[in-house]
Design a protein around this ligand. Structure first.
Ligand SMILES: Nc1ncnc2c1ncn2[C@@H]1O[C@H](COP(=O)(O)OP(=O)(O)OP(=O)(O)O)[C@@H](O)[C@H]1O
Length: 312
């Protein structure tokens, strides 16, 4: 008993070093008396300073997850925390503060990101104004200065006085990224931010997210259908049927001649109960179904077709 208690004490909490922790998150929607399990026990850890892409087929649960992380929706079960805030137990007041100060969003529809009657600089200053501080000339100047710095960091300082209708789609999204960063949030969430852009403009938006990540220190999560994303981020997490199913990690290596190359490795997820979801094409290639033989070797675990298939 004593040993078990000690082991429990020594066990490090799941996700203790992560800014986003999703532990067996479930979200069930009920429409016309039919239940849809949009998230079915999803696990995800994102470390501070990470920049990740979430990909997956239509209906796999990406937007549901993003809405939960944004504090716009709550899980049906499981645990989810962002920057130490518990997304299940937050009060309405805490939720409001969370959405204003701890997370920033960039949506696909530019109209959802920007106020049409305000200039780019005024759009960026607005979230700072909504923070509840009383007006003073000093505060107004600080806000205007920060808006200017953010627009400058994103390479659009010269567009500060234009209204959204006077900006291209890519410029509008860069302003939207500056708006998301206005209150210096820990996490920036983006839902299909390049969905309405051509590929060249989309590449410049990924570059803007990298700037925000690298220079302003925000952790960034981008939901995307864009196949180009593969070359743009270090970590791509795939969601399948409401769970994280696989991950691709990418690393840029420089050899002794200064030549750069990118190495890429795909991983499947191992959940906390020890379950893995093997790629369908691997299972089909070896005709594996129902039951597989599992053997422990010194440095790996072998999964083989069941040779006695048919006996049971
Ligand atoms: N409010 C809702 N009521 C009922 N079902 C919903 C609701 N929102 C999402 N769903 C269902 O939950 C599942 C996951 O939807 P979700 O929008 O998260 O997927 P997605 O991966 O973002 O898809 P897409 O890439 O097409 O946007 C789908 O089956 C969807 O129909």
């Amino acid at each position: 008993m004593r040993r078990r208690a000690e082991a429990a004490r020594n066990q490090v909490a799941y996700g203790h070093d992560s800014v986003i922790v999703c532990d067996q998150v479930v979200r069930i929607f009920t429409a016309d008396r039919v239940e849809v399990q949009a998230l079915q026990g999803l696990d995800l850890l994102v470390r501070k300073g990470d920049l990740i892409a979430l990909v997956g087929a239509s209906g796999s649960g990406k937007s549901t997850l993003l809405n939960i992380l944004a504090g716009l929706d709550a899980p049906t079960a499981g645990a989810a925390t962002v920057a130490g805030c518990d997304l299940l137990t937050m009060t309405a007041k805490e939720r409001l503060r969370y959405r204003r100060e701890l997370v920033g969003f960039v949506w696909q529809q530019t109209a959802r990101n920007l106020m049409p009657f305000l200039t780019a600089a005024q759009n960026v200053a607005l979230p700072m104004q909504l923070n509840g501080e009383r007006w003073s000339a000093g505060r107004a100047k600080r806000r205007a200065d920060r808006a200017g710095e953010l627009l400058d960091a994103l390479g659009i300082a010269h567009l500060a006085d234009r209204r959204p209708a006077q900006l291209s789609g890519g410029e509008q999204q860069r302003v939207a990224i500056a708006v998301a960063m206005a209150n210096n949030p820990s996490v920036v969430l983006a839902d299909e931010p390049t969905g309405e852009l051509d590929s060249e403009t989309a590449a410049s938006i990924f570059e803007a997210f990298r700037t925000v990540n690298r220079e302003l220190g925000a952790t960034v999560v981008i939901v995307t259908h864009d196949p180009m994303v593969a070359g743009e981020v270090r970590r791509t997490v795939a969601i399948r049927d409401g769970r994280t199913s696989s991950e691709v990690l990418r690393e840029t290596l420089t050899d002794e001649h200064g030549q750069k190359s990118t190495s890429e490795r795909e991983y499947v997820m191992l959940d906390r109960t020890g379950r893995v979801q093997l790629p369908r094409e691997f299972l089909a290639a070896l005709g594996m179904e129902h039951r597989v033989a599992v053997d422990l070797a010194s440095d790996h675990i072998a999964v083989r077709p069941d040779e006695r298939e048919g006996d049971a």
